[in-house]
Every structure is written in structure tokens, then in C-alpha cells.
Design a protein around this ligand. Structure first.
Ligand SMILES: NC(=O)c1ccc[n+]([C@@H]2O[C@H](COP(=O)([O-])OP(=O)(O)OC[C@H]3O[C@@H](n4cnc5c(N)ncnc54)[C@H](OP(=O)(O)O)[C@@H]3O)[C@@H](O)[C@H]2O)c1
Length: 241
């Protein structure tokens, strides 16, 4: 069945690949990114899938930008079935003394990885509510948070503490949203997408964006009200919190 998706950070990496695969299977995708004018790969993809992909500008770290995107041309009055909060930043990979841990980088990481999930939910959940009359446990609206195993407190590590903390918070937000949105028939989950060959993951990473996106889309399809609140990997393994 055709789904209506919104994906943040869709101009490169895992977000671009999720957009490609969702559009290829016939879904209607709203692909959001900070700089549509510079999003060449996404623009080419949209041209190749005439009508299935629309691109809108959205900086998830700005409440104003997200609110504006939610009202953008045509709007979302026909609703959405799935919102994927994918946009993320990893600005410093070392420990306490990594000079990359500047105030500006920390602020940007937290505003993107934590507040960005919150703003995306605040302004787009209303379209999940109204998207399909009579949403049921078998047909919930869905909100997916792309978190990371680095946010698992059980798997704490010695590097990138700000990124780890931000992803722990993103997973925690997913748990809170799962509770808050349960009465509306909206299921929420958090996912570790794998260690993926993107700008963030690097060329040495374990899996391709294609494998990650393929697994994630299947896991979003599998999400139900009964499994709402899960934290799992792109290939369906449970992640410890
Ligand atoms: N790659 C991995 O191994 C890995 C592992 C675990 C978790 N993750 C998570 O998976 C998600 C996607 O990662 P990726 O590997 O695809 O990373 P990526 O290649 O670095 O892409 C990150 C995407 O997020 C966007 N973004 C960053 N800040 C934004 C903001 N404030 N507003 C809107 N968009 C913003 C970027 O847009 P610009 O082009 O404008 O910067 C880009 O589209 C992230 O949440 C990341 O933390 C990745």
C-alpha cells in the first residue's frame, strides 16, 4: 500500500537512500533538507521519480524552520503515514580534550540531534493524527527516530561523549513520545541504522546505505502499537537502552 512519508536530512547519506528506496516502491516522499538549492543528488532523484518526491527546506534545529515547513506549499492536509527524524550531526569524535567540543558544535549537535527530533514531532505529528481516518493498532501513524547504538548507556564508550549523550536523549525522546502518542494510535520507535558508509560513518563502515535503508524501511513497516517504544537495529535486533 502506498505510504506518505516525510524524511528529514534527506539530501545525503541514509536519508537520501531511504528516500530513493521509498520512492522506488511507490511511496509519496516529502524529502526535507537544509539547502534544497545545493541538494543535487536529491534533486536528480526527484526528477527521476516524477511526482513521488517533493523537496522542502527544513533545518530541524530551528523551530521556526520546522513550523514553516509544516505549512509549506500544498501543506500536509492529506496527512502522513510515517515521519522519519533522520537528520543528525557528529561534530567531535574524540574524548574530553577533543578541540572539536566547542560551545558552538555542542549547541548545534544538541539542537539537531535532540531538539530536532522534538520540533519534527511537534509540528508533524498533527498530520499523522489526521492522516488516515480511524487509525487502528493494525494501521497506526508512525514516528521513527534514527538514533544510534552510541546512545546506548549499556554500551557506553570512551569517544564522542556529546554525540553519545545526544543520541541517548533522542532514544529517550522516542520512549516519551511513544507514551504520549499512544492514545492517538501513533507508534514510535528508535533505531540504530548500523555503522553505515556515509559522510558520518566513513568509508570503512560495515554496511552500505542501501542495506541500512532497506532494513530500516522494513522495520518501520513492522512497527505496530504493540511494539511502540522499541529501540532496535536496522536488521531487527533489540538494542539495550
Ligand atoms: N553513518 C553511521 O554509521 C550512523 C551510525 C549511527 C547513527 N547514525 C545516524 O543516522 C542518521 C543519518 O546519518 P548519516 O550517516 O546519513 O549522516 P550524514 O551522511 O552525515 O548525513 C546527515 C544528514 O543530516 C542532515 N542534517 C544535519 N544537521 C541538520 C539540521 N540541523 N537540519 C536538517 N538536516 C540536518 C545533513 O544535511 P546537510 O547536508 O545540510 O549537512 C545530512 O542530510 C543520523 O541521525 C546519524 O546520527 C549514523
Amino acid at each position: 500500500m502506498t505510504q506518505r512519508l516525510l524524511i528529514t536530512g534527506a539530501n545525503r547519506g541514509i536519508g537520501l537512500e531511504m528516500t530513493r528506496q521509498a520512492a522506488a516502491r511507490g511511496d509519496q516522499v516529502t524529502a526535507t533538507c537544509r539547502q534544497p538549492d545545493e541538494a543535487e543528488a536529491l534533486t536528480e532523484l526527484a526528477a527521476a521519480h516524477s511526482g513521488n518526491i517533493r523537496i522542502i527546506a527544513m533545518d530541524v534545529g530551528s523551530a521556526e524552520s520546522v513550523a514553516t515547513a509544516a505549512k509549506c506549499n500544498g501543506g500536509f492536509e492529506n496527512g502522513l503515514d510515517l515521519v522519519v527524524a533522520n537528520a543528525g550531526q557528529l561534530n567531535a569524535r574524540g574524548g574530553l580534550n577533543d578541540p572539536g567540543h566547542t560551545e558552538a558544535n555542542i549547541a548545534e549537535s544538541l539542537m539537531t540531534n535532540v531538539a530536532g527530533v522534538f520540533f519534527t514531532a511537534r509540528y508533524f505529528v498533527p498530520f499523522l493524527r489526521t492522516g488516515k481516518p480511524g487509525r487502528t493498532a493494525n494501521s497506526p501513524g508512525k514516528f521513527a527516530v534514527i538514533s544510534s547504538q552510541m546512545g546506548s548507556s549499556t554500551r557506553a564508550g570512551t569517544n564522542a561523549p556529546i554525540y553519545r549523550a545526544s543520541k541517548a536523549a533522542a532514544t529517550n525522546l522516542a520512549r516519551s513520545l511513544a507514551l504520549e502518542l499512544a492514545p492517538d494510535g501513533i507508534a514510535v520507535g528508535a533505531w540504530h541504522p548500523g555503522w553505515v558508509q556515509t559522510d558520518m560513518g566513513g568509508a570503512e563502515a560495515a554496511i552500505t546505505p542501501q542495506a541500512s535503508a532497506d532494513g530500516l524501511l522494513a522495520r518501520f513497516d513492522a512497527l505496530t502499537m504493540d511494539s511502540s517504544g522499541i529501540f532496535e537495529t536496522w536488521d531487527g535486533e533489540k538494542m539495550p537502552f
